[in-house]
Write a protein that binds this ligand. Structure first.
Ligand code: GLC
Length: 680
């Protein structure tokens, strides 16, 4: 027989002179430093070996895109090939970069910028943007491989509520399945899934269930026989269904390049939805295979597709994206009124349209905590704004300190979920006792309070492709001192976060870019650019708020919808100058916002020595927020105001000397409101 790989032709390669001063970022899901100048990057999705280090170059997701910064200006390059791709970013030769694909046509795009925002806006115009998530999915999530029985899940749910620790979402890993067969239930351990899920729903939880790519070969298993009858699996060159081992034993693999296979797979989710499952966790979709361990499909496996067969090597990196496309489209068909929640381990450029990415099997080590920062930043720079790493670490045993420090970072991750492997020490928030339990509780409450801020950022991401977590240069491209900052980031434009990633450390260096910044916990004021030493004891991550930028806070809750989000507090640190913030609200699920049922307003703050003026802009959109009261809290105001007016009329206010805070209560209205705080 002819070797099928012989048809592929020669690899493509494009050489470019390395522009002096150009610095590379992005490249999708990467650990190691934020900056990729001088490195060689491989794009080939794998399930990396357990305990991988920052030396591991390619991981589960491949996005052959780089954002380049040179002299304060940004541009981007995307090589569109789901085959094996390499970027040499002035590594082999400092004067030269090259990029190329192992097979297929040479298709690449250059995005001119000149700002990072403009590059991502155009890149995501091409590859697609993150859909608006259901609001509940932004809350805290708890997972483990696995909570093995319905009783264990119930006890877990009760433990969260009894201990007053926020949690919106619980995850069911493969042990809920019948012999790891996807789309089934283990009837002994989960005898009544509908009953269990409706009980959990009553308690305010949403439950997400895992769906792996491999389908167990078993004549008595309908999913397997149906897929075989419809001829929807990947093939060997000899024309048999390709088989390899994964969790359930010998499996076959749907050919997700085939639209019929995607439609079939999407419809299979009906049973899970009927039981009350609210989200789908698509896993092992590189695809990951066990023979040999950590391998993926051989290059000559055939994807029959929709009549146009391709070799696996031609489409490898797209397999995970196509699987979650099937899941998302299925959920949209089956319950069109709800926003699908799909989480994926693997993906290719554009995966953000279908699913969020979680960064797979990390380890419970300080090194992995530090690595996950750059991993999420580079994912964000590559179009995947909705992402998160397993809080506490997956492999190995975490400790109270590591879990707490990890939670300090986790509460700013767009996706916040604690997950750990079988046989490791449990790592639910209360396992390590005090002071960890209370500290984690407070941190998760802070996340829950920040949901209106995060949701507003999600809406921006949905419209413009801007990630939620941003490297400093995103907003300060002219300041080249920011380019190397791998260990701190901006969450939106108003929060600067510098996590502690070493045991025993309470202090760390922080770089504050230009402008006025306030330390969230102590209120200390800083003028950037400045290198400072931050004190960050356990539970108080180094968090700085940009002056004049209002941050919306909800009252503390343990899950979305526990109580009306009333009042909405706007926390603002005024300082000479001006700043702008946005607030976006809608029904939190469904698609009414497309018809205009949303509420967007801007909050402008202008200050000088004589006055602080806050203008709550007129609401755009028809959504009526449930909140009746608005609480404006001006922090670090050093002198008592002489007078405060709302639209030129005096109003009641309160000044707290000790806290240096001005508090003003306002009735929520869709109209513009101007608040003037005057000093003598
Ligand atoms: C994979 C996933 C992990 C999951 C496990 C069992 O290793 O990455 O999150 O717990 O499979 O399903």
């Amino acid at each position: 027989m002819v070797n099928p790989l012989a048809i592929l032709g020669t690899p493509t390669r494009v050489y470019k002179r390395h522009q002096p001063g150009a610095r590379y970022f992005g490249c999708g899901e990467r650990t190691g430093e934020l900056e990729k100048t001088g490195t060689h990057q491989l794009f080939w999705n794998i399930d990396p070996p357990r305990g991988h280090t920052a030396l591991q170059n390619n991981l589960y997701v491949s996005i052959p895109f780089t954002m380049v910064m040179a002299d304060g200006q940004a541009w981007g390059l995307f090589l569109d090939s789901p085959a094996r791709v390499e970027f040499d970013l002035a590594h082999e030769d400092p004067q030269r970069s090259w990029f190329g694909a192992e097979n297929g046509d040479l298709v690449y795009y250059v995005f001119c910028g000149p700002t990072p925002q403009a590059v991502l806006e155009r890149y995501t115009e091409l590859t697609g943007r993150t859909p608006l998530p259901p609001l509940w999915s932004l809350g805290n999530g708890q997972s483990r491989f696995s909570y093995e029985t319905a009783e264990e899940v119930r006890a877990l749910a009760r433990a969260f509520r009894e201990r007053d620790i926020p949690c919106d979402t619980l995850y069911l890993d493969i042990d809920c399945l019948d012999g790891y067969r996807v789309f089934t239930w283990d009837n002994t351990r989960f005898p009544d899934p509908e009953g269990l899920l409706s009980e959990l729903r009553e308690m305010g939880f949403h439950v997400v269930c895992i769906v792996d790519a491999g389908v167990k070969v078993d004549e008595n298993y309908e999913v397997y026989t149906e897929g075989r009858e419809r001829d929807l699996y990947c093939k060997t060159p000899q024309g048999d269904d390709y088989q390899n081992a994964v969790w359930p034993g010998v499996c076959v693999f749907p050919d997700f390049t085939n639209p019929q296979a995607r439609a079939w797979w999407g419809d299979l989710h009906q049973g899970l939805l009927d039981a009350g499952i609210m989200g789908i966790w698509s896993d092992m979709n590189e695809p990951a295979l066990f023979i040999p361990l950590n391998s993926t499909m051989p290059s000559d496996v055939i994807h029959p597709g929709d009549g146009k067969a391709r070799l696996h090597t031609q489409v490898h990196n797209a397999y995970g994206s196509l699987m979650v496309q099937a899941a998302r489209e299925g959920l949209l068909r089956l319950q069109p009124q709800q926003r699908p929640f799909v989480i994926s381990r693997s993906g290719y450029a554009g995966v953000q349209r279908h699913a969020l990415i979680w960064t797979g099997d990390n380890s419970s080590t300080w090194e992995h905590l530090a690595m996950s920062l750059t991993q999420l930043l580079n994912l964000g720079l590559s179009g995947v704004g909705w992402a998160g790493a397993d809080v506490g670490g997956f492999y190995g045993d975490t400790s109270g300190e590591l879990l707490t420090r990890w939670t300090e970072f986790g509460i700013f991750q767009p996706f916040c979920r604690n997950h750990s492997e079988k046989q490791t020490r449990h790592q639910e928030p209360w396992v390590f006792g005090e002071p960890y339990t209370s500290t984690i509780r407070d941190l998760l409450k802070l996340r829950q309070r920040l949901l209106p801020y995060l949701y507003t950022l999600f809406e921006e991401c949905h419209h413009t492709g801007a990630p939620l977590l941003r490297p400093l240069f995103w907003h300060y491209p002219e300041d080249t001192d920011t380019y190397g900052a791998s260990d701190q980031f901006l969450c939106g434009d108003a929060l600067l976060v510098a996590p502690i990633t070493h045991p025993g450390a309470e202090y760390r260096h922080v770089y504050l870019p230009a402008g006025t910044w306030f330390h969230y916990w102590a209120g200390e004021r800083f003028e950037g650019p400045a290198h400072i030493l931050a004190h960050a004891p356990l539970g108080q991550p180094a968090l700085y708020i940009r002056a004049n930028t209002a941050i919306p806070f909800w009252p503390a809750m343990n899950y979305v919808g526990q109580a009306p989000a009333d009042p909405l507090t706007l926390i603002l640190y005024p300082a000479s100058g001006s700043g702008n913030a946005a607030l976006y609200e809608d029904t939190g699920d469904g698609y009414a916002y497309i018809e205009g049922e949303y509420a967007r307003r801007t909050i402008l703050c202008e200050c000088d020595e004589k006055q602080i003026r806050v203008i709550l802009g007129e609401q755009e959109g028809t959504f009526v927020p449930t909140c009746q009261r608005l609480h404006l809290e001006l922090r670090e105001v050093l002198t008592t105001p002489a007078e405060i007016n709302l639209d030129d009329q005096p109003i009641a206010w309160y000044y707290d000397h000790e806290q240096r805070r001005v508090s003003i209560n306002l009735a929520a209205t869709a109209n513009e409101q101007t608040i003037e705080v005057l000093f003598a």
